[in-house]
Design a protein around this ligand. Structure first.
Ligand code: PLP
Length: 395
């Protein structure tokens, strides 16, 4: 990051950008798979690392990819970022890079269903075992870690119960034990929370969500110190996990408006959470901005905004809940989040559908839980949609 680009919004617009050769004001889309050289010695300078240059897109040596990586690093106030074909690809690269057979991972709290499956099924095949601690089992962190523990992984806010974990506190524990601390910052986005500044070693993102912001791209990123990011390169290259240049270009376009989008989503989510909290058909609202929410004090300490994600428990059965979801008109029923349009999902039907019912129960992912991703519509319109859908007493 250039020092003069100190403000977050300024960095969203300017970091990673340069005038292109034709005077275009942003880095253009270089969708080429390969880059040419005038001489063999120029090619060898790049291949042998004497010069930074463009070579082959799958290696990440592409100007459009490099530009969006520089912007992402700047937004998390970090040295480096690598982009990936998806959030899952980013996570896989982290686990493959930093764990070997026999190593252990500790996963704290609720995580995205795909992450849970990667840790509990795929990595197990490579003899990498994960211990899953529920949010209220955090006191057991010391007890479950040993000299084989390589990574502590968590999401905060978490998916779908919006649990909040104290990043600083867990970072201190990990530093003492020489364990890598990886935070999935997808729900908060760097507008609201900067885990690296709180002591985390690596941040991962599904850029499919807030960073992309328009539900029209799939991507991931890992961000941190260069010495921690560079080792991911060999996995990304050989597993073929690079983000497509077309996607990198679209992502850079979206990042320019990240701060204004997320700040507006924060404000609407707060209004909606306050409305739902008073609604007679709603049992419980999970939103870190509500002063009586369990994670409020920690969220206030480590977040500069409370985010656009919330969940609530509807008074009724699984069927009554999905009927209410079906009555919503402005919210689309969709599994993703972080876009300009509001989305709704009943986690048992999407993100946590693949999780065994006993495990869901253990995690408090109840049948009547509904997750909302608040978009950029007027908050008042979203509130009346929720009110209309909730009030029909059909059961
Ligand atoms: N992390 C979180 C918090 C998510 O919600 C998701 C997907 O929903 C992922 C990671 C995986 O991201 P992707 O779908 O881009 O692979």
């Amino acid at each position: 990051m250039k020092k003069q680009f100190a403000g977050f919004q300024t960095r969203c617009v300017h970091s990673g950008e340069q005038l292109d050769k034709e005077g275009g004001i942003h880095i253009p889309l270089y969708n080429h798979s390969t880059f040419g050289f005038s001489t063999t010695s120029e090619l060898l300078d790049v291949v042998e690392g004497r010069k930074q240059g463009n070579l082959y897109t799958r290696y990440g040596l592409n100007p459009t990819i490099r530009a969006v990586e520089n912007k992402l690093a700047s937004l998390e106030d970090a040295e480096s970022a690598y982009v990936f074909s998806s959030g899952m690809a980013a996570e896989t690269a982290v686990f493959m890079t930093y764990c070997a057979p026999g190593d252990k991972i500790i996963c704290i709290g609720d995580v995205y269903g795909g992450t849970y499956e990667l840790l509990s099924v795929n990595l197990k095949k490579f003899h990498i075992e994960t211990t899953f601690l529920l949010g209220d089992e955090l006191h057991m962190l010391d007890q479950v870690s040993d000299d084989k523990t390589r990574i502590v992984f968590l999401e905060t806010p978490s998916n779908p119960n919006i649990e909040i974990f104290d990043i600083e506190e867990i970072a201190v524990f990990c530093k003492k034990r020489d364990i890598l601390f990886v935070v999935d910052n997808t729900f908060a986005s760097p507008v609201n929370q900067q885990p690296l500044q709180l002591g985390a070693d690596l941040v991962v993102h599904s850029t499919t969500k807030y960073l992309g912001g328009h539900s029209d791209l799939t991507g991931g990123a890992v961000i941190g110190q260069s010495s921690m990011i560079e080792p991911l390169g060999i996995w990304r290259k050989n597993l073929g996990q690079i983000m497509a240049p077309e996607v990198a270009f679209l992502l850079a376009r979206s990042l320019r408006t990240l701060a204004v989008r997320v700040k507006s989503q924060n404000q609407s989510a707060m209004k909606i959470a306050e409305f739902l909290q008073k609604h007679k058909k709603i049992e419980k609202v999970n939103y870190p901005g509500l002063s009586d929410f369990k994670g409020y004090n920690t969220a206030k300490k480590q977040m500069t905004g409370f985010g656009g994600m919330l969940s609530f428990e509807y008074k009724g059965t699984a069927k009554a809940t999905s009927d209410m979801v079906d009555r919503l008109r402005l919210f689309s029923i969709a599994a993703s989040l972080g876009g300009v349009e509001s989305l709704v999902t009943q986690p048992i039907t999407t993100t946590h559908h693949g999780m065994l019912p006993e495990e869901r129960k253990r995690r408090g992912i109840v049948d009547n839980l509904v997750r909302l991703s608040i978009g950029l519509e007027d908050a008042e319109d979203l509130i009346s949609d929720l009110d209309n859908a909730s009030n029909i007493p059909s059961y």
